[in-house]
Every structure is written in C-alpha cells, then in structure tokens.
Design a protein around this ligand. Sequence first.
Ligand code: 16G
Ligand code: ZN
Length: 533
Amino acid sequence: ATRYPSLVEAAERHPKPADVTYAYGTAGFRMKANLLDSVIFRAGVLAALRSKKLDGKTIGVMITASHNPAQDNGIKLVDPMGEMLEQTWEAYASQLANAPTIEELLAVVDRVIAANKIDLSKPANVVYARDTRPSGPALVAALADGLSAVQAQHRDEGILTTPQLHYIVRCLNTQGTPEAYGEPSAAGYYKKLADAYHKLVNGKTRLSPLHVDCANGVGAPKIREFAQVVGEAALALIVTNDDTETEGSLNYQCGADYVKVNQHGPHGVEMQPNGRYASLDGDADRLVYYYMDNDRVFHLLDGDKIAGLAAMFIKDLVTAAGLEGINVGTVQTAYANGSSTNYLTNILQVPVSCTQTGVKHLHHEAEKYDVGVYFEANGHGTVLFSPVVLQAISDTVSRTPAQALAIAQLRALTDMINQTVGDAISDLLLVEVILTHKQWTLSQWDQAYTDLPSRLVRVVVKDRNIFRTINADRQLESPAGMQALIDGAVAKFANGRSFVRPSGTEDVVRVYAEAATRHECDELAFRVAGLVF
Ligand code: 16G
Ligand code: ZN
C-alpha cells in the first residue's frame, strides 16, 4: 500500500458496493448508473496503466450506455488507433472492478504491472468524453479522480458521440506521422467528413430531406453541428427526437434500437408515405433507415441493407478504378437476415464471413480483407480500407477520366468513412452518397432483396452461463443435447434457421428465428424458446 499512497487515499472515496459483481462485457461495463462510481474510478487507473504500457500513447475513455435507458450508464476504453480495448485487458478491467477491498485492488494493480512489465516512470495520457446522460458529470469526476490518483495527464473532451471520441483518440496518436488521421477535435471531424462528402456528391442532384431521429441523445446536437458545416445545399436534414433535457426521454420509444426491435417508426415522428427516415441510437454509433409505402406499410432498412448497399457501390467503384486484385469482403453475425447473406454471396458475389456478436469481433475479421464491409443487423458497422488499398489508390495512374474519377471518389470515401468504429453520422453520409449517385428512393434501395420474416425473443433463464456457443454463435455446445433439439425444430420449417445465445449485455438468453413466412417464423421462435426455458 505504501507504493501508491495517493491511490489508496482516492480509492477510499470510491468504495465498491459489497454485493455487486461487475463484468467488462461486449461493450464495456454497463448498468444502473448509481452502481458505477467505483468501477469508473478504477477504469481510470487501468486506462493510465494501459497508456504507460503503450509508451504514453493516448487512451480514450467513453462514458455512455448507448441505447440503454436514461438511468443506466457505462464505460468503455479505446486503444490508441481508435479501436476497442485489447481483449486481454478486458479481464483486468473486470478484476479491478471486482476487488472487494483496497488491499486487493492494489494487488490487482501490481499483477497487471508485473504481467505486462509496465514501466511506471512512463507517462500516461488519457482523454475522455460522455454522452448526454444526467449521471455523466458525476461519473466523469470519478474517472478524473482515478486518473489523478496515478498522476496521469488527462483531458475532458466534454459531450461527444462515441465514434467522435474514437476518432479523436486516433488523431492524437497519429499526429505528425504518415498515418495522420485529422484534426483531433469535433470541428476537425466535421470538416473532414463534410469535405469528403462534398467531393462525393459534387454536381449531383440533392435528395429530398432526411428526417433523423436522434433518440433524444447526443446525436442531436452533434448532427446539428455537422449540418451547419456541411451546409443545407449539400444535405437537407430534419433533426427529430432531439430533447436531451427532459429526464427519461433518452432512447424512450425512439432511436435505432427501438425501431429495429419493434419494426415500426419512433414516437415523435409523423411518418409520411415515401418520406425518408433514419434513426441513430443514444451514442450515435448505430444507424437504421426506414420508410412507409403508399399503403402505409412500414419498411426497415437495417444494418444488413446498409452493408449490401455499401458493398455493391464500393465493389463497382473498385472495378471502375481499375484496382485489380483488391478484394472487397463483408462480415456479418448470425443475426444477419438469411436473405442478405444470400444477396451478398450470390448476387453481389462477395465473400461473407460470420463472427460472434459484438463490434470488436466483426472489426478484426473485416481487417482481413482489402476492403472490409462489416455491419451488424442492428445498424452498427463501418467499412475498413487496408493499407494495401490506400497505397493502391495513391499509386494507380489513371488512363481515363472515368478511372481518375473513380479513384478520387474512393479516396474521398476513405476519408468520409470512420475507420475506427461504426459511426452513425459517417454511415449516414455513406448511404446518402450512394443514394445520391443512384438517385434512388429508399424503396428502390429496398428492392435489392426481401428480408425473411424474423423474430427475436428474450428468455429469462435461471443461469445463462450454462449456454455456450460455437461456430460464431450459430450453435450451442452446452447444455449438451440442446443443439440437436433445435436442429430438429428447424428442420420442420422451409428456409428455417434458429440459434440461441446468452446475451452479453443483459441477464437473458436470446432466441433468433427466421423462416419463409411470418407465421412459421413465430412458430419456430416459440418452439425453440420452449426448449431453452
Ligand atoms: C453491444 C455491442 C453490439 C452488440 C450488442 C449485443 C459493441 C460496441 N456493442 O451493444 O455490437 O450487437 O452488444 O447485445 O460492441 P447482446 O449481447 O445483449 O445481444
Ligand atoms: Zn451505441
């Protein structure tokens, strides 16, 4: 204890509640905000150690609970290139959070230092931001306390979207290098995206206005700031569900998750036939589009549809640019609609990989392609361009004006698409660019393929930890024998598919089912849920 006197003293101000067990899950720690003080204080200590381990590179910390209700909050750490915290360190985060006493907290700190041979004399640099939740300021104070306790240099970036913080972290760590990513500020982010967007839509007829439901979250003020920079002549946005003040309004009956799960428009938006609509989630890293046809039937264009649109456009552009040998691939999870996988594989003829749920898994798989398009069905995703492609774009000498244009457009895409993490604002621009090029309505985009009816069911079970998946979440290895029963149920339905996995964010098991008709799909979901229960 004598080794870290200021840590001991500060840790006493942030005691761990005795009866809570914490887990750094799919997307960091996430729970009721009133349980997070000690967790966030300790995450600050870990962020500082991570920075020291990486020679003082800047680590990011985001305080948000994304699409969860307003009373929740959470925290996740961002590695130097703007990617999610390396997985081995997630375990340290959980161990630190769960240390019952200060003595044991110090023991965990010592273990992390020893296991990683951390040189404590190295500097530590950390930047952090939060979303609009009312619990944010107090949690930021706890974080700052943890960082100060171990003498880290730290800076509060205020209120940002999650992807903006990822962007800033990458900018800070690449400044002055050949990989420089941009100006490390929200203003720099807006300028980079707007400049690229202008290049891509230059000379094309602007589309009708897009109504953007911001889930009453941080996306609202941020997309407004962006709209100012990009200008209405280039992009007409109508911002809705922008109430970040009223308590409890965040994500309530609105936002990307609500729209995706319920398959209807958000409250607070009066949908008109053939109008254009999109929803962000509470920290603006997810995006879905939707519209209502002339019969007032609702149609969702989810992450799978965005992936299909993006893969189609980019594949054509790569061909037009004459970049032979560059492969465009896609990454999905088991939740991708079977029709979308079929479309990518058989119509677009691009490779499709399937990974476990959670952005970090898709991101790493996408890095294996020259151009990797990854989206979860829930609207979280982006497009990664490998160093090989960036090199090819800058090296290729174009022989025709058409080729030169395609190369210039690809280059602009690499600037416009957030390379660190899925970003709703950046993804929205990508969709708008493609629709502008094609002069497509949302209904025309929707014609690519027809989703199979699908159903997602939450099942509360006694112990979700007995459910263990293999084969990218598509099969259960435990409990023994259950997969055979699921297979038996699936075999009875045309185009049937179903899988079961434990949630990484809630204490439930999720059952997914799809089949040829709505009725059969519901029947299949019901039967499989019955097996799990
Ligand atoms: C988290 C993940 C999201 C995933 C979801 C699954 C990140 C940043 N977010 O929100 O990608 O789809 O968890 O939730 O990785 P579940 O495990 O409760 O089904
Ligand atoms: Zn989110």
